[in-house]
Write a protein that binds this ligand. Sequence first.
Ligand code: FES
Length: 142
Amino acid sequence: MERKEFIKKFAYGGSILLTAPAILSACSSSDDDFVPNDPDEPNTDVTIDLTSSTYEDLGTIGGYAYSGNIMIFRTGENTYLALSKVCTHEGCTVAYNHDNGNILCPCHSSRFTTSGAVINGPAPTSLKKYNVQKDGDILTIS
Ligand code: FES
């Protein structure tokens, strides 16, 4: 390889190396930064102290509360239902809408019943349900 040819190839290769990070970052989008919630949370039991003011709404039948990625509904005198707040479509956080009694996903408008069933998609499946055990004033969600 002649000196002139070497310099030409070196300059060309160097310019690619210098521009590669800019090209790669231009290809990324804000969607790449999206980290969906983990639908399998909680991985360990969650305990709820019903005497805590945080959960005072669970003192009445029909009341609800949140704990991390879990929604808890009081469905009867001694019965509770715990659902994941992680939408089964793409993992956004759903929320209970007290006015219409549905659970709504803000990302693509999936709606769920308060038992977690899909009313309308694009969510493909029901919200994950957890087991709830009541012992005195303590709920254990697993
Ligand atoms: S992530 Fe909930 S509807 Fe798309």
